[in-house]
Design a protein around this ligand. Structure first.
Ligand code: PAF
Length: 278
């Protein structure tokens, strides 16, 4: 896969492309979740750009920016194998030039959940995604449903700022036991790893209760909390919400989304699933 690290070269490459450009924005350390996005982009677009940028503005001061796993040579190979045409890995100074002072702030759906727990996180995500869109000017951009709130925030900003990018959601890729793939799963110890499935089990339990007729959102949230507690994880939140606005629901009489976040050791895990009354 070709590699571009300068913005002017990126602009030149984009201007030469007449056809549909698909963008897969990543922070690297690619796994099967990312490569599934690249493969989907490959099947729908004539040119596929993968961006690799560990974005400092979306990490909190006590988060893992400095130690976030990085391996560009491996990422480049994985991107090529999945069908990418180009990897764009901009320098921090190109993304955040000296004197940088312009941020993109999304209101709801960014305010609750991760927005509350990680102040500034969605401002950093929204800012860098806007910039990656304007730097690479894709027709479509591919995001995993794993970071479900991020997906809704990106949809909102793309529509609000008339960026003209079609935001495509791709299903979460899971390990065989159901754990959602995440670059941060490498932090789990062998003892923690099997217990991490508690989030997925909780989401499954909520859907099972819903299918059996439970409509009360708080009781569905308790189903999730019980599976988390049963494995000794510390629940941050379990929330049953409207799938677009992410506002909490009282009852689930139409399709909803369940969001869950829990801590295990020093790792914070996040997951979500659709809730479909049947
Ligand atoms: O989901 C991610 O990896 C990041 O939040 C993104 C979208 C690449 C922005 O830095």
């Amino acid at each position: 896969v070709d590699l571009i690290t300068s913005l002017s070269e990126m602009r030149r490459w984009r201007n030469e492309q007449a056809e549909t450009v698909g963008l897969v924005p990543t922070m690297g350390y690619l796994h099967e979740g990312h490569t599934s996005l690249i493969r989907q982009a490959r099947s729908e677009c004539s040119r596929v750009v993968v961006t690799l940028f560990v974005n400092p503005t979306q990490f909190g001061p006590s988060e893992d920016f400095a130690t976030y796993p990085r391996d560009m040579a491996r990422d480049r190979q994985l991107a090529a194998d999945a069908g990418a045409d180009l990897m764009f890995a901009p320098a921090t100074e190109d993304v955040y030039p000296p004197g940088f002072a312009t941020y993109v702030e999304v209101g709801p759906p960014a305010s609750r959940w991760e927005g509350e727990r990680r102040p500034g996180h969605f401002r950093g995500v929204a800012t860098v995604v806007t910039k990656l869109f304007t730097m690479t000017r894709p027709n479509r951009a591919y995001f995993g449903e794993k970071d479900y709130q991020q997906l809704q925030v990106v949809r909102r900003l793309s529509a609000d700022l008339n960026l003209g990018v079609d935001v495509v959601a791709c299903p979460t890729v899971r390990e065989s036991d159901g754990l959602a793939l995440s670059s941060r799963n490498v932090y789990l110890t062998p003892e923690e790893r099997p217990r991490a499935v508690g989030l997925y089990r909780g989401l499954q339990a909520a859907q099972a209760a819903l299918s059996e007729g439970e409509r009360d959102a708080r009781r569905l949230e308790r189903c999730i909390a019980e599976e988390i507690a049963a494995r000794g994880l510390t629940l941050d939140y379990a929330a049953v919400v409207d799938p677009i606005s992410l506002e909490p629901l009282d009852r689930v009489d139409r399709p909803a989304r369940a969001l869950v976040t829990a801590r295990i050791g020093r790792v914070r895990l996040i997951d979500n699933a659709p809730l479909t009354p049947g």
